[in-house]
Write a protein that binds this ligand. Structure first.
Ligand SMILES: *Cc1c(COP(=O)(O)O)cnc(C)c1O
Length: 441
């Protein structure tokens, strides 16, 4: 590899990483890869885009990629974490992201989780009025160290994908702002709780256009203004804007940018930049998806009913959404030979099958690709969020190893372990192995 002055593109880095991974036998039989330079660039773009809004705490939605070294890496770049379960909280804390660097969102927080967050000074967005009543008891008479807020559902409507649209009329998240009586109840809730200082809104993930997200933010800003007017002072001092910027899964192109989204927000609510509020963001997919990819070996190939099928190790355990809802979550698939070199040849429609024991376990159907052979590598692109980081335990398949990588100025690829593959002993332990013999027939 000769030294070049032009910066490598994401596609360049991926090609180099693939060849190096093949040579070092890291795909055994499957592995996830995280492009650390890409992640660093994404964080830079995020930070720069939101600068016009003043004080902004950026967090990463841990559910998009709950891998401790990734959270640590992002934290070192200034990105805190948004958590939504005791497990996510524990992983973030183990990564050293804790206390006020965490934001706790979940519709099902237990009293224990709330008490832990309050003790740690972790921010909490209450999901509903019952949770507020619990917070009353936990907060008691002393002013909390945590920033406490309320998640509203602005009920601005659904995006393209029902499952990831959280601001429909009947969504399970937040307090529905437009339901009769709720605006009054929210004003009252803030009036009698001076420690409530934040509003939270998250309109959805993937499939929600930025304009719809901006409608949600506008509703939160308007309510904040109303609460503050009634309080006679600025009680609400911050707005948590949530995440949800969609990703382009059809090409290596950037897709919607953070800068474009901020422009949309400011066009809708110019006052967001007037310096009176600070903000929180909680992006997941838009930070991570395009900076990760999954590679699997092709184990076998066959023809069935005239259809070419390549049997790989990448199925629903690492790509649940794509397999179960292929119409909503198509992935780009790349075909490479065993050395990680792109395959050439006429495109033949092929099913890319996973290893799971149900017929629908297909990563792609009738995808035109150079004809795959055993030993080849297939790449599932844009899988850095919600794929290898969000395992589904069907068929007791192990979680694959995940490697971070960087490319040096001389074009050499350096891999850093992020997670090792789950071992058979760990799978047995997860299957209740310690209790073998506890059931007496
Ligand atoms: C899932 C989620 C996010 C992240 O959404 P992305 O689409 O991955 O950016 C942020 N906030 C909340 C409350 C969420 O549930």
């Amino acid at each position: 590899m000769t030294t070049t002055s032009a910066p490598l593109t994401r596609a360049d880095r991926r090609l180099l990483a693939l060849a190096a991974a093949a040579e070092r036998r890291l795909v055994d039989p499957m592995a996830g890869f995280v492009d650390l330079a890409g992640l660093r660039t994404a964080v830079g773009e995020l930070t720069e885009a939101f600068a016009p809004l003043g004080r902004v705490q950026h967090t990463v939605a841990v559910k998009a990629c709950g891998l401790a070294p990734v959270l640590r890496f992002l934290a070192d770049l200034g990105v805190d974490a948004e958590v939504a379960s005791p497990g996510e909280t524990a992983v973030a804390e183990a990564a050293g992201v804790r206390g006020p660097r965490l934001v706790l969102d979940s519709p099902a927080k237990t009293t224990g989780e709330l008490a832990h967050a309050l003790a740690e000074g972790t921010a909490v967005n209450a999901d509903n009025f019952q949770e507020l009543a619990r917070l009353d008891r936990l907060v008691g008479a002393t002013p909390p160290r945590s920033v406490l807020g309320v998640r509203i559902n602005p009920q601005v409507g659904a995006g393209r994908i029902g499952d990831t649209s959280t601001a429909t009329a009947a969504s399970k998240f937040g307090i529905p702002l437009r339901d009769p009586g709720n605006r009054g109840l929210l004003l009252e809730a803030f009036a009698c709780r001076p420690w409530l200082t934040r509003l939270h809104v998250h309109v959805g993930s993937q499939g929600c256009p930025p304009e719809l997200m901006a409608d949600g933010v506008a509703a939160a800003h308007e309510l904040a203004e109303q609460i503050n007017a009634e309080a006679g002072y600025q009680q609400v001092t911050s707005i948590d804007l949530g995440g949800g910027l969609p990703v382009d899964f059809t090409s290596d192109a950037a897709g919607p940018t953070f800068a474009g989204y901020v422009a949309t927000l400011l066009a809708r609510v110019p006052a967001l930049a007037d310096g009176r509020y600070s903000y929180v963001t909680e992006f997941g997919r838009s930070l991570l998806a395009k900076n990760g990819f999954l590679v699997s070996t092709v184990e076998y190939t066959k023809v069935a009913g005239g259809r070419h099928i390549a049997v790989t190790h990448a199925g629903a355990q690492v790509a649940a959404r794509t397999v179960l809802q292929p119409e909503h979550w198509p992935l780009r698939i790349g075909a490479f030979d065993a050395t990680g070199t792109p395959k050439t040849g006429p495109a033949v429609p092929q099913d890319i099958a996973g290893p799971l024991c149900f017929a629908g376990d297909l990563l792609a159907r009738e995808r035109p690709l150079p004809l795959l052979e055993p030993g080849d590598l297939v790449v599932a692109h844009d899988t850095g969020a919600y794929y290898f980081g969000a395992h589904y335990a069907y068929n007791t398949l192990p979680r694959p190893a995940v490697h971070g990588f960087t490319v040096t100025g001389r074009g050499e690829v350096e891999f850093t372990p992020i997670r090792r593959a789950q071992t058979l002993a760990e799978l047995v332990a997860d299957a209740g192995g310690e209790h073998v013999g506890s059931l007496r027939a």
